[in-house]
Design a protein around this ligand. Structure first.
Ligand code: PMP
Length: 384
């Protein structure tokens, strides 16, 4: 049975073109970019080129506004804690949405434990942030607001321009976690009005363990990893040359191919949604139209997402996700699904399909048949 991988939100294979481009930076070009000699200079140039490619992907005004980190988790931590701590004289309030990834929610909660006021903005049943509530809770003391560009679990794309307008009217800073959205939909930090933006390499088909943070020139941060002063003093530690070069190339390919690939995946996704929703008591989660082009998410009544996942994996060699793709080992219901108003028992029956470059239109009937058979089988076995 051929493998059909539908869990691109949790991990992606490195694109072979990325690997080919970056492999020389494991051996032939290996210098420390902070050194003054020519071997170090060569490495510095590679990193600066990667910065340039990433800046182009999100239309940043300047390549120097990009710094490299170990991934989206670190970028989110740096953006949130770094901005809140640096600007503490302006106030001790922060705000975020109820559907953020744990790497945003947990640093926010850490600030709360340290005396900050945390405002969590609710979302509607499709996952769109309550704009009125956002506008109501922001005060001049809110040093940072963090709202994700698009959600990895339900695919909903947030109205970033509207959000940034509200944040900026009050003279505040806006951070967005764009891990799920980058490379899938066009992002323009200047037009969208974003001050800080998180990216992950692997979510662009680049190597794992590297990410980036865009920081608008006027925004000041306190480093959370002090040391030798690399990355403009904001993130110390000798840079991972291979991974950074790979991330840059991955960003370039994603930008070049986005329009065509997103259109292709959206067609597959729409067909999948149409077929899966024909299963009895199946529901789409997230927004019906304002959603990522590669993202299809559902819930089924009276069965558990974990059982669906294991049955599809073992019975059909199809890999999917349930709940949060990144922390699905917990048996707690997904906080995202609870935030969109689902009851605990409803949130347990979730299925998340995230498509990628290996998926083909001809696989749709196979996938929907496998999901239907699995759901029907589990319901026959279910005591509910
Ligand atoms: N934010 C979002 C929206 C994610 O989907 C993920 C996981 N891919 C992360 C942050 C964390 O990424 P990482 O584990 O690479 O740090």
């Amino acid at each position: 049975m051929n493998r059909i991988y539908l869990d691109h939100a949790s991990a992606m294979p490195v694109d072979p073109r990325v690997l080919k481009f970056a492999e020389k930076y494991l051996q032939d070009v290996f210098g420390n970019p902070s050194t003054l000699h020519s071997v170090g200079g060569e490495a510095k140039q590679v990193i600066d080129e990667a910065r340039e490619k990433i800046a182009t992907l999100i239309n940043a005004e300047d390549a120097n506004s990009i710094i490299f980190t170990s991934g989206a988790t670190e970028s989110n931590n740096l953006a949130i804690k770094g901005t809140a701590l640096k600007n503490i004289v302006r106030g001790k309030e922060v705000a975020t949405s109820a559907i953020e990834h744990m790497s945003v929610l947990n640093p926010m909660k850490e600030l709360q434990k340290n005396g900050f006021q945390l405002n969590i903005i609710p979302v509607d049943s499709t996952g769109i942030v309550d704009i009125k509530e956002l506008s109501r809770v922001l005060t001049k003391n809110t040093t940072l607001t963090s709202i994700m560009y698009a959600n990895n679990e339900i695919g909903t794309i947030e109205p970033m321009k509207e959000i940034s307008q509200i944040v900026h009217e009050k003279g505040l800073f806006l951070h967005t976690d764009a891990t799920a959205a980058a490379g899938r939909i066009p992002i323009d930090v200047q037009k969208d009005g974003i001050d800080l933006l998180t990216l992950s390499s692997n979510d662009l088909y680049g190597p794992q363990g590297v990410g980036a943070l865009y920081i608008k020139p006027k925004v000041k941060l306190q480093p959370i990893l002090p040391g030798g002063g690399q990355e403009r003093g904001l993130r110390s530690g000798t840079e991972n040359l291979f991974a950074i070069a790979g991330m840059g190339e991955a960003a370039k390919i994603a930008k070049d191919e986005m329009e065509q690939e997103s259109k292709r995946l959206q067609e597959i996704r729409d067909k999948l949604i149409e077929e899966i929703l024909q299963i009895e008591e199946s529901f789409l989660t997230g927004h019906p139209t304002q959603r990522l082009p590669h993202h299809a998410s559902f819930r089924f009544s009276r069965i558990e997402g974990e059982s669906i996942l294991l049955n599809l994996d073992m019975g059909y060699n199809i890999q999917v996700a349930t709940g949060s793709a990144c922390s699905s080992r917990t048996l707690e219901p997904s906080s995202v699904l609870l935030a969109i108003g689902l009851k605990h028992e409803e949130a347990h029956g979730s299925l998340v399909l995230t498509l990628g470059r290996s998926n083909k239109a001809e696989d749709v009937p196979l996938i929907s048949k496998a999901v239907r058979e699995t759901v029907e089988k589990l319901r026959r076995l279910s005591p509910l």
